[in-house]
Design a protein around this ligand. Sequence first.
Ligand code: AMP
Length: 608
Amino acid sequence: MQASQRESGSVLGSWPRIRKRPEDFPVRPHLLDYAATRAAFSWEAARAGLSGLPGGGLNIAFEAVHRHAIGARAHKTALRWIGKDGSRRTLTYAELSQEVLRFASALRALGLKEGARVFLLLGRVPELYIAMLGALSAKYVVSPLFSAFGPEPIATRMRMGEGAVLVTTPELYRRRVASIRGDLPSLEHIVVVARSGETIPGTIGWSELLARGDPRFIVPPTDPEDLALLHFTSGTTGRPKGAMHVHAAVLTHYVTGLYALDLHEDDIFWCTADPGWVTGTSYGVIAPLVHGVTNLVVEAEFDAETWYRILEAEKVSVWYTAPTAIRMMMKLGPEIAKKYDFSHLRFLASVGEPLNPEGVMFGLEAFGRPFHDNWWQTETGGIMIANYAAMDVKPGSMGRPLPGIEAAIVRREPDGSVRVIEEPMVEGELALKKGWPSMFRGYLGEDERYRKCFAGEWYLTGDLAKKDDEGYFWFVGRADDVIKSAGHLIGPFEVESTLMEHPAVAEAAVIGKPDPVAGEMVKAFVVLRPGVMPSEELRRAILAHARTRLGPVVAPKEIDFRDNLPRTRSGKIMRRLLKARELGLPEGDLSTLESDEQASAPLPGVQP
Ligand code: AMP
C-alpha cells in the first residue's frame, strides 16, 4: 500500500491518500471496481446469496446457521469462543444449529405468544449466541441488553419492550434484576445460565430448559417483514428509542459482509463489539455466520497485549473494531504490536465514531494495513458507507456508500422538504434514500418520532457530513447533544434522572467532555437541594449512586456543583452552553437564555 498525493480543501484532507494496488490483496476482493459494482447492483439480484426458508419466507437464523448445518459447511467451525479464563469452546455449524433449535423449541413450549420479546442480559458467552439465534428461529423478537447496564436502564428497556423472557446469569440476576423484577409486569420467564448448576427460585435453569427442547424443531414460516430485533438507542430527549428491525435485514448483513468486510470462505473473523449494541449483533453474530465463516468470540474486555496475542494465535484474517480501542492501542505505540505476527490479518475495519486519520495510519504502521472506517447507526441496521478493500483510503473519510445505498448531503428547508446539496465539501445533514432491507421499521410505540426521521424519499440521519468530488463522505459531527463514550451513545435524560434520585440532588444536567481514550466522558452539573452543603464526600456518594444504577459506562466521571443551571425561557436546560463554558468555546446564540448569573461559576472549595 502506498501513501501518496494529498487531498486539498480541509485539515482532514491534508493526510496522504492510501493507494491500493493489486499486490496488496492476498485474496481477490469481492468489490474490485466500485463504480461497476454499484452500477450493476440490485437488492433483488443480491438475494441469490441467501437461501430463503424451504417453504418460502426469510428468517435471519435460518440464513445464519441452519442452512449451513444442512449443507457443505455442517462440520466447519461456526463459533470459536475464548472465555475470560482462557477456556475455549468451539461449535460447528451443525452443533450450533442443534443447540439453537433446541432452545427455539423449548421457548415455544413455554407457550409464549407470537412475536413475544426475548431480552438477553449476558456477557459474551456461547449461550448468548444460542439464545439470540434460537429466539429468532422461533420467530420471537430479540432485544440484547449491554451486560454493564444497571437496574434502571434494564427496567426502562424491558418495560418499553414488554419483555416476556429474560435470559441472564445468576450474578447479573442478583445484582441487576432481582430488585426490579416486581416492576416488570410483562416478564413471564427468567432463564438463568448457571455454570455451577446452581438454581435460583423463580427462574428456569438454562440446561433444564434446553433439555426440554427438540433439535428437530422446524423454523416456522417467517415473513421478511416480521419483526426480529429491537435495539435501544439513546435520543436527545426523553426515553431511549427502540429501533425495530425485521428479518429482511439479513440481506443487508449479507451484502455488507460481502463488500464492506470482504468476507471469504476461509476467514477467521473477529468483531470486538458486544452484542448488547447493534454492531455486536449485526456483525458480531449475523453477518459472519450468514457468510459461513468462523466467528471468533472473545469474552474478555479490551487489553492491548491480549488482543495482539489473540490476533496472532487465532490467525484472525478480518478484524472489525472501534476507534476507542484503536486509540488505546495507539497510546501504547506501535512497537508493542510489532512483536507479534499479523501476517494472517487481511482486512481491518472500524466503526462507531469518527476514526481519526492517525488511527487509519496506525493500522498501517502496527499491522501493515490501514483501518477502513465505515459508518452506520442503529436505525440503518447495517453498514451504509464504507472504505472498501480495493478502494483507495483517504484517512479521515468514512468512505463511499455501499452498492444499493444512495447517500446525500441535504439541507432541511423551512417547509419540511429537503434539498440535496450537490456542491462538494459543503456541510449538511447526511441522508439516505429509504428502502434498503435493514432500514428500521419504526421506533417502538413512537410513530411520530419515526415519521419525523423522513422527508419525502429521504431518511435523515441526524449526523452532519460533507461529500467530496469523488463521492467520499466526511463526518462532521452529530446534530444533537447525545454523548458518545467508548463507542456507546448515552442520552443525557437517563443519566440526569438517575442523579436526581439521590436525596441530595435537586437538578442535574450532563454533557460530553472530550476524553483522549473514550472519545467523550460524561460530566454532570448538579444543583443540590436547599440546605444541603456541597462536599467532596457528597460528590463521591452521588458518583457511586450513579455507577450502581447506570453501570460504569453510562455513569458520569465528574460532577460539578452549581447554584443553578442555564436554561431557556421555555424551561429547557441549555446543555450546549454548559459544554461551551466547560471547554472555553464561544457561547453562541444566547437569545433564549434565562438569566443565570451564577451558573458558570463552580461553588467555591469544591473542585473536581
Ligand atoms: P449507534 O446508533 O449507537 O450505532 O450510533 C450511531 C452514530 O454513531 C452515528 O449516527 C454517528 O454519529 C456515529 N458514528 C458511527 N460510525 C461512525 C463513523 N464511522 N464516523 C463518524 N461517526 C460515526
